[in-house]
Design a protein around this ligand. Structure first.
Ligand code: SF4
Ligand code: SF4
Length: 367
């Protein structure tokens, strides 16, 4: 693959701009069946083409928007693929590496403390018995030192902004009694007063932009102050501690995902199949109504995500050599994004408790 294309920023950029920015700005766009069909046909065609033209699953590693988050899931996962050192030390065949469609070297994973782009396809384990597959403490690889990978940290930061923070702005606070007071709403109203945006969801677009600005400001500001407290280089501080943000989108995002699955996506998917394949089966209904109180249990994922992120931050601050006091200060500054995430979620709870939910809130889901 040419070096200009062999860049994981393609996948991440496509995910943030091509998917999320469009989803917030034109909420109905990807729900038009023809658009979805064209999009996924194009993605599949490109994947097929690049798979045969370039080796090492380059498309999956560098271009595919989903591939860009594979590493992130590997970091939080409770499974670990490695190898038995005693068998590998005198190995001459390296069958595991030869079998890997991604050209990875699974016998190096334990030492590097990274599974790189491993998709757990298990081809290597069929090729050699010395491959080990273990259940480990979730995110335990993040408690140890390893060579940081900038794109991994940027994936956590940008997706946290695009999914977790924007959702909290636009869907969380945007469907509360204070929605009209929110800055992204006021900015949108201001621009709408003299520009005709047509079908563009200006509030959604500004919620996305404000979330990006807030996230980047908090991360940069917090990491700068943390690096001063630790007397460490900014880049080293930024990329060592930035790994702590991983749970915010992976675990925090589950809240919205599960809520959506139970209240609409389950029925959409099943009925889509029934309709698409002309099956002679009765249509299914949503698994839950948006008014069901029990759906509140999914909110717990947001708080689990924040607590988990604090634990990783604590462990990673301790990888630095500094006084206990300096580490405490650095922990506080570096956690600005986690604190903000917690704050906006708690603030929404406060708003709902104090002012109630607007009567039309349950109909405000993007369709
Ligand atoms: S996992 Fe098997 S093939 Fe790979 S280095 Fe170890 S012994 Fe060799
Ligand atoms: S599980 Fe698959 S992707 Fe991972 S190292 Fe083995 S062969 Fe490669």
């Amino acid at each position: 693959m040419p070096s200009w294309l062999k860049n994981p920023w393609w996948g991440l950029g496509l995910l943030i701009i091509g998917w999320w920015a469009v989803t917030y700005s034109f909420p109905g766009f990807y729900r038009i069946p023809l658009v979805t069909a064209i999009l996924f046909t194009a993605i599949t065609a490109i994947a097929f083409l690049l798979y045969y033209v370039y080796k090492d699953m380059s498309y999956c590693k560098y271009v595919c928007p989903i591939g860009s988050v594979t590493k992130a899931f590997g970091r939080i996962s409770f499974t670990w693929l490695g190898s038995y050192k005693e068998d590998c030390s005198d190995c001459k065949s390296f069958d595991c590496a030869k079998a890997c469609p991604y050209s990875l070297k699974p016998f190096t994973f334990d030492n590097k403390n990274s599974m790189e782009d491993c998709s757990l396809c298990m081809e290597c384990s069929s090729a050699c018995d010395a491959i080990s597959f273990k259940i480990v403490k979730p995110s335990s690889s993040l408690y140890k030192k390893f060579k940081f990978d900038k794109i991994e940290v940027w994936t956590y930061i940008l997706i946290t902004a695009a999914i977790s923070i924007t959702m909290s702005f636009h869907h969380g606070l945007g469907r509360s009694m204070v929605a009209k007071e929110m800055p992204w709403n006021n900015t949108a109203e201001y621009f709408k007063s003299f520009i005709d945006f047509g079908s563009l969801d200006v509030v959604g677009l500004f919620a996305f932009l404000y979330a990006m600005i807030a996230t980047l400001g908090l991360v940069y500001g917090g990491m700068y102050l943390a690096s001063r407290a630790l007397k460490a280089e900014f880049n080293k501080t930024f990329y060592t501690l930035g790994y702590a943000f991983a749970p915010l989108f992976i675990i925090g995002g589950l809240s919205h995902l599960l809520h959506g699955f139970f209240t609409s996506e389950y029925a959409d998917i099943v009925n889509g199949f029934i309709y698409g394949f002309g099956l002679n089966i009765e249509e299914v209904k949503n698994l839950a109504s948006k008014k069901d109180n029990w759906l509140i249990i999914f909110e717990a994922f947001k708080y689990i995500a924040a607590i988990w992120a604090f634990i990783i931050m604590y462990k990673r601050v301790n990888l630095f050599t500094a006084s206990k006091y300096a580490k405490m200060i650095a922990f506080f500054f570096a956690s600005f994004l986690i604190l903000f995430y917690l704050y906006i979620n708690l603030y929404r709870v406060y708003v709902v408790q104090t002012y109630g939910v607007p009567p039309h809130a349950s109909h405000m889901h993007h369709k």
